[in-house]
Every structure is written in structure tokens, then in C-alpha cells.
Design a protein around this ligand. Structure first.
Ligand code: ADP
Length: 617
């Protein structure tokens, strides 16, 4: 049991040290800065104690020149150290903001670098939100550094005080008799001091463990509580769609009751947490009070028996007082660090999330003629957590410089086919090859550079138009205009208040709200700006009105001129523009051929075509 306690303490601090190391790698001035501050604080405490002891003794012995020197040194040292600490304070405020931000940056960097498969899972987003919420509530790296600084300061204070107390224990009384003389003798002094130290140690260990467990329980409950409150806040009250249901069904009273119930739980939770904190502080205070009382009696004994001078008496009382408060601070620091480590464990585990996908390193050959050969070989795929195959034994070659259409009923597996092609997922069975080599063996970034994609659920960001279109690439006015023109968004952007520099949406400022169709055009321009040899359009006209849709079809030829294009559409009429059509049915390739050939075949394609043709003929 005891062994486990120590093991747990060591494991928690191992995580704490890892965080310190990460901070040091990010900014090598932070840890030396904290160490420097510790030196200043130790200098202030012990410099004062030693110099005041020397000053008192010099005054009592009427050595005024010495007294003058000690007093001057005290003032000079005090001034220098206090100035140093003031300067450090402004540095700390900058550093703590930086540390606060670094935590979020690390979290997001990891989020962005995760493979899509992991990122797409709902629990990944929940995990990131949870980590952010806990860091907001309990503090993050700044708190870790703060408490390690306090702990190190306490340890050094304890060592300095113990060294002094040891030297005090050795001081023999000059009086010959009396009960004070007995307690003041070196042997008894050592035993007493040892007993008090051991008592404090055992008591602290017990309380630390007890409160760490209690805090952990509060911490675990916190996530559940916040989740419920978050749901009520975001999905019930802030969700205007829910607002309609609430009014139509008169659900206000029922919702109020639910909220009141949750609010009561929140109040009880925070009261309980606050009381635990108070009980913990009381425990620490009682430990340090016992020690302070002991230390006073101990030094009084030594002074009364003539073992130490009056000057030394003040020095020892001060040092012992430091010892008491340093012990309390060390215990508190240890509890705090372990508490932070409970949720930092989740953070570190998240940072350590391995990439599920194999990442190859073969560079992708840069071809100016865009002639690549891509093939699906017996590819089957099940989404994570499901054993139901979404694609089964898919075999096909994608002909370069051709316009390929993927058609099929909803859920037939067309988008999944594209996701596998773009290496967002890996086949469960079989392989996809580029120029005969498994795509997993290629450098991921280089492989993806082959594709310009507009997904059905494309996303634009609340950034200026040009940044959305260039998508991280350098700004090139000519290329921007060309891709906007090809996507039919030239007029749209020209009409915007600041043209290409117009901010989109309201999330990051007073940006421009655009319609779904307009957004889709910009997403199309983004795919074209990349100038990738293969352009993939997943339902590119879904959000467009019929006029805009026919415009896209008309421009389609020019848009993908000289490129390979893969085109998913529910509108069969769009397939006429493609050279080659793959018909998906229940995750398998049911038919393949040109529009005319498939019509002549009188299969699934012909049935789908006729079913829709009646609406537009
Ligand atoms: P299509 O593009 O032909 O409409 P999809 O490839 O989008 O079809 O979907 C094929 C099947 O895979 C559907 O049954 C769909 O519900 C399922 N599916 C799609 N995305 C996911 C996902 N992220 N997780 C689990 N199942 C999914």
C-alpha cells in the first residue's frame, strides 16, 4: 500500500517533469528564469536572517562599526533583491500568458496532425474540448511551473533550515542544572527534532494521499457535470432550432426544471470542492503550527540555557519558522502538482496518440504531363468500430486525363471510395496503388498534393477570401483570378466590399455572410487553385440553384482541362459530360462504361437515368 503511494507520487512527478522538459524545449529561458527567482527569494529570506542576527549581536556587544556595516548590507541587499523580484514579476506575467497559450497550441497542433480517421471520431473532439475546459478551470502549464517553483523553494528552505537546526542541536547549554538544560542538551535536541520531523512526515503523507484521492473524485465528476451543462447551454438554449420546438410544444417549464436540477447539483459540487480545499489547508496549517510551536520552545530552551546568543536566537527562530511554512508549502505543492497531473495525464496521453496509419517516405514523382496510374486492387473497407463492409472487393483503374463519374444510390460507397483514394482512411483489405506502388509507401503530404478536392461537406473558414482559396499556399493574384473565374466566383468576389481581402463570416470579426451556393463556388476555386493533376468533385452542384448548376456543367470541361477529374453526382444528367462512369451498388462496382454503353446495357445505370430523365425531359 505504502509502496503504491510512493509509486503514484513518483509517476505523477514523472509527468510533471515531462511537462517541464516540454516547456524548456519550447522556450529555454523559462526554467532558468524561475530558478533565478528562487535564488532571489532565498537570498531575501536568509540574507535578512543572517544579517539581522549579526546586527543584533554587534549592537549588544557595542561594536557599532560592525553594526553599521551589517545594517548597510541589509538595506543594500534588500533593495537589490526586491528590485530584481519586481523585474521578475513583469517577466512572469508575460511568461504565464505564453504558457497558457502554448498549452492550446500543442493541443491544436496534435489535433491537426492526427490522422483523419481518429480526428473524425466524435470522442476525439470531445476529448479536446474536455482538456481545454479542465485547463481553463484548473490552470495548465503556468500552474505546473508555479507549483514546481514553490516546491523547489520549499525544499531549499527546508534544507537550509535543517542545516541550521542541526547546528543548533549541537550547541551545548552553558548552565549546569534545570529542566531546560536537559531539553537543551544535544542528544535530547536531536531526538526531539527527529520525532517532530517523523511525525510531520507521516501525517503529511496520509493527508496528501487522502486529499489527492478526494480531488480526483471531484475531478472525474467535473467532466460529467460540465458535459450536461454544456448540452443544456449549447443544444437546448443556444440552439435556435430547438427554440422553435420549445415554443411550439410549450416545453419552457420542463426545461426550467431540468436546469434547476442541474444547477443544484453544480452548487453542491462546488460547495463540496471548496470544503475539501478548506479542510486540506487546515490540515497543512495544523502541521506547520505544531512545528512552529516546537521550534519556539526549542530555541527558547537553547537561549535560556546560554547555548546561543540573542542574535543567533532571532536567526534560529526565523529559520525554524521558515521550515514550518516551507513544509506546509511543500505538502501543498505536492498535492497541487499531483492534482494537475491527473488531468495532464489525459493531455499527455492525447499528445502521445499514435498515428493509426503507416506513413511512408517515398517521394511522389512530379510529372508535368500528369500521367499517373492509380488502381484499386481488391479493396474492401469497414469504418472503424463496424464490421459491416462499406466497400467490398473493389477493383478498378482510374484513367488519367479522363473525366470519371461515380454514380449510385445514397450510401452506395462513392464518398468512401474518394476518402480512401485521398488516403484519409486505409483499406481494411486490398490496396490502392499509384504507379504500381502501394499508396501507403508514399510520403503522405506529397501524395495528397496530387488531389484538389471539393467534398460534399466542404468547409470554408472565417478568414479572408484569398486565404480560403489559396488554402495555405502563397498569394498569387493571377492564379487567384483564374481559379475564381473557372469556378464562376469572379463576379461574386468582385462584388464583395474588400474583394479578395473580404473577411468571410462573423466568427472572427465583421465578415461577410455568403450563401451555400456562393460558398461552394469558393470551395471549387480552392480546389482549382491547388492546380493538382487530379480534381475530385463530390456533389459539386448540390448547393447550387439550377442556373448556377448548368453554368458549372458548361464550365466543367474548361475547369478540368488537361487534368484527371473524378465527379460524384446524384444528378444523372451531369454524367453525360464524363468519358467514363463507374456505377456503385452496395459497396461494389456494378457497372462501368460510357454513358451510351451503360444505357445500352439496360442495367442499374439505365434504370437510374430513366428514373431521373422524366424530370428533365
Ligand atoms: P455515398 O457517397 O455513396 O452516398 P458513402 O460512402 O457516404 O456513400 O457511405 C457509404 C456507407 O458508409 C453508408 O452506409 C454510410 O452510412 C456509411 N458511412 C459513411 N461515413 C461513415 C463514417 N464516418 N462512419 C461510419 N459509417 C459511415
Amino acid at each position: 500500500m505504502r509502496e503504491n503511494k510512493w509509486k503514484n507520487i513518483l509517476l505523477d512527478h514523472k509527468k510533471g517533469f515531462r511537462l517541464l522538459k516540454m516547456v524548456h524545449q519550447e522556450d529555454s529561458t523559462v526554467l532558468p528564469g524561475y530558478l533565478f527567482d528562487i535564488c532571489l527569494r532565498l537570498g531575501e529570506i536568509y540574507g535578512n536572517l543572517f544579517l539581522s542576527a549579526l546586527l543584533i549581536d554587534a549592537l549588544l556587544e557595542r561594536r557599532f562599526t560592525h553594526a553599521f556595516v551589517w545594517a548597510g548590507s541589509m538595506i543594500g541587499l534588500g533593495f537589490a533583491l526586491r528590485t530584481g523580484r519586481l523585474m521578475m514579476r513583469s517577466w512572469f506575467s508575460k511568461v504565464s500568458t505564453k504558457l497558457w497559450l502554448i498549452f492550446y497550441v500543442w493541443l491544436r497542433q496534435k489535433g491537426l496532425s492526427l490522422d483523419y480517421e481518429t480526428m473524425e471520431q466524435a470522442e476525439t473532439a470531445e476529448r479536446i474540448t474536455f482538456l481545454e475546459q479542465t485547463a481553463d478551470m484548473y490552470g495548465s502549464l503556468g500552474v505546473v511551473l508555479y507549483w514546481y517553483r514553490e516546491m523547489l523553494l520549499s525544499i531549499l528552505s527546508i534544507l537550509a533550515s535543517v542545516a541550521l537546526v542541526f547546528s543548533l542541536c549541537f550547541k551545548a547549554p552553558s548552565t549546569k542544572t534545570g529542566v531546560f538544560r536537559f531539553f537543551s542538551s544535544p542528544g535530547v535536541s536531536f531526538v526531539m527534532f527527529g520525532c517532530v520531523l517523523a511525525g510531520m512526515f507521516v501525517f503529511s503523507l496520509q493527508t496528501t494521499d487522502y486529499f489527492t484521492r478526494k480531488r480526483k473524485r471531484y475531478f472525474d465528476d467535473h467532466a460529467r457535470m460540465e458535459q450536461k451543462l454544456g448540452y443544456l447551454r449549447e443544444q437546448v438554449f443556444m440552439n435556435y432550432k430547438a427554440g422553435k420546438v420549445v415554443r411550439v410544444f410549450n416545453m419552457q417549464e420542463m426545461l426550467q426544471k431540468n436546469v434547476a436540477k442541474e444547477t443544484d447539483k453544480v452548487r453542491d459540487y462546488y460547495t463540496g470542492m471548496h470544503c475539501t480545499g478548506c479542510a486540506e489547508r487546515m490540515g497543512n496549517l495544523s502541521v506547520s503550527s505544531v512545528f512552529t510551536l516546537f521550534s519556539y520552545l526549542f530555541v527558547v530552551c537553547k537561549a535560556a540555557t546560554g547555548a546561543v546568543t540573542i542574535g543567533a536566537f532571532t536567526k534560529y527562530v526565523g529559520a525554524l519558522n521558515q521550515f514550518g511554512s516551507a513544509c506546509a508549502s511543500l505538502i501543498e505543492g505536492n498535492v497541487k502538482i499531483r492534482e494537475i497531473c491527473t488531468y495532464m495525464t489525459d493531455f499527455l496521453t492525447f499528445l502521445d496518440t499514435p498515428d493509426r496509419h503507416a506513413t511512408g517516405s517515398i517521394p511522389v514523382e512530379k510529372r508535368t504531363d500528369g500521367e499517373y496510374e492509380i488502381a484499386f486492387e481488391h479493396v474492401s473497407f469497414c469504418y472503424p468500430g463496424s464490421s459491416e463492409p462499406v466497400l467490398s472487393d473493389v477493383n478498378c483503374k482510374i484513367d488519367m486525363k479522363h473525366k470519371l463519374a461515380l454514380v449510385g444510390q445514397n450510401g452506395a460507397g462513392k464518398t468512401t471510395f474518394i476518402k480512401l483514394l485521398c488516403r484519409l482512411y486505409e483499406p481494411t483489405k486490398g490496396r490502392i496503388t499509384l504507379n504500381g506502388v502501394d499508396i501507403r509507401k508514399y510520403d503522405e503530404e506529397q501524395y495528397r498534393s496530387l488531389f484538389g478536392v471539393v467534398f460534399q461537406d466542404f468547409k470554408l473558414f472565417a478568414f479572408p477570401v484569398w486565404e480560403n482559396v489559396a488554402a495555405g499556399a502563397a498569394r498569387d493574384e493571377g492564379k487567384l483570378q483564374k481559379s475564381l473565374r473557372q469556378a464562376g466566383a469572379e463576379e461574386l468576389v468582385r462584388g464583395m466590399p474588400a474583394g479578395l481581402d473580404t473577411l468571410l463570416y462573423k466568427n472572427m470579426g465583421d465578415g461577410l455572410e455568403i450563401s451555400g451556393g456562393e460558398a461552394q463556388k469558393l470551395a471549387l476555386a480552392r480546389a482549382l487553385y491547388k492546380d493538382a493533376p487530379i480534381v475530385i468533385l463530390d456533389e459539386p452542384t448540390a448547393a447550387l440553384d439550377p442556373i448556377a448548376e448548368s453554368e458549372v456543367y458548361e464550365r466543367f470541361d474548361r475547369m478540368v482541362e488537361g487534368k484527371t477529374s473524378v465527379y460524384i453526382s446524384h444528378r444523372m444528367s451531369s454524367c453525360r459530360f464524363c468519358d467514363d462512369i463507374i456505377v456503385f451498388e452496395k459497396g461494389q462496382i456494378a457497372e462501368r462504361g460510357s454513358h451510351e454503353a451503360l444505357l445500352a446495357r439496360e442495367g442499374l445505370y439505365a434504370r437510374m437515368w430513366r428514373a431521373q430523365a422524366k424530370y428533365y425531359t
